[in-house]
Write a protein that binds this ligand. Structure first.
Ligand SMILES: [Zn+2]
Ligand SMILES: [Zn+2]
Length: 199
């Protein structure tokens, strides 16, 4: 069982009753014959109909089916539910689901649907076509957003800006300035690394 199955299981077990019944409704919406198991014949049309084309294939079904029974049981479908609801991204290099740490183009990060993300392999091997070259991993991005939020709140308190939009504006501004600082750090490291390699 990989990390995503464990995460989904943890969320389901600790969820409130309303969320659990949402999960059960999701399962029933795919389990047409009510057999309490989802076959590939039920899975594929559902996924295609709902626009989850990158997951509408046999290898992805097999990935979900950790029990190896050929039918998805309830918890396996909760993994799918989690993947869909959490908006997990797919690698823009190899189309694989980004299960762990990934790299995101910081120029496109704010563009939601048009964000550009890569798995470690595609990032390392430069196996992608994209006009930008500034990438950071999701943990650094999250940490920077926290710092930016704090800065935003401090600015907000100092200047006592009334409108809630002001916070968003400050956050956005500080986020890019924090990114700029990280870029500099990365660029410096890269330059040092290159120099060392040449030497
Ligand atoms: Zn990839
Ligand atoms: Zn980009």
């Amino acid at each position: 069982m990989d990390e995503l199955h464990k995460i989904a299981r943890a969320y389901y077990i600790t969820a409130n009753e309303e969320s659990k019944s949402q999960g059960r409704r999701f399962f029933k919406s795919i389990d047409h014959d009510g057999s309490r198991g989802i076959t590939i014949q039920e899975y594929l049309p559902y996924m295609k109909r709902n626009g989850h084309t990158k997951m509408a294939n046999r290898p992805f079904f097999d990935y979900l089916n950790v029990s190896g029974t050929g039918e998805l049981e309830f918890m396996e479908v909760m993994t799918l539910f989690y993947i869909i609801k959490s908006g997990r991204k797919f690698c823009d290099g190899c189309d694989g689901l980004l299960k762990g740490t990934f790299f995101s183009c910081t120029d496109c990060f704010d563009l939601d649907d048009e964000s550009f993300n890569l798995c470690s392999e595609c990032f390392t091997e430069s196996s992608y076509v994209h006009p930008h070259r500034h990438f950071l991993d999701n943990y650094i991005i999250l940490e920077n957003m926290k710092v930016a939020n704090k800065e935003g709140q401090m600015n907000h308190q100092v200047q006592n800006a009334g409108a809630s939009n002001a916070i968003v504006l400050y956050n956005r501004q500080s986020r890019s300035s924090v990114f700029a600082t990280v870029f500099q750090a990365v660029a410096t490291t890269a330059a040092t690394f290159t120099t060392c390699t040449i030497m």
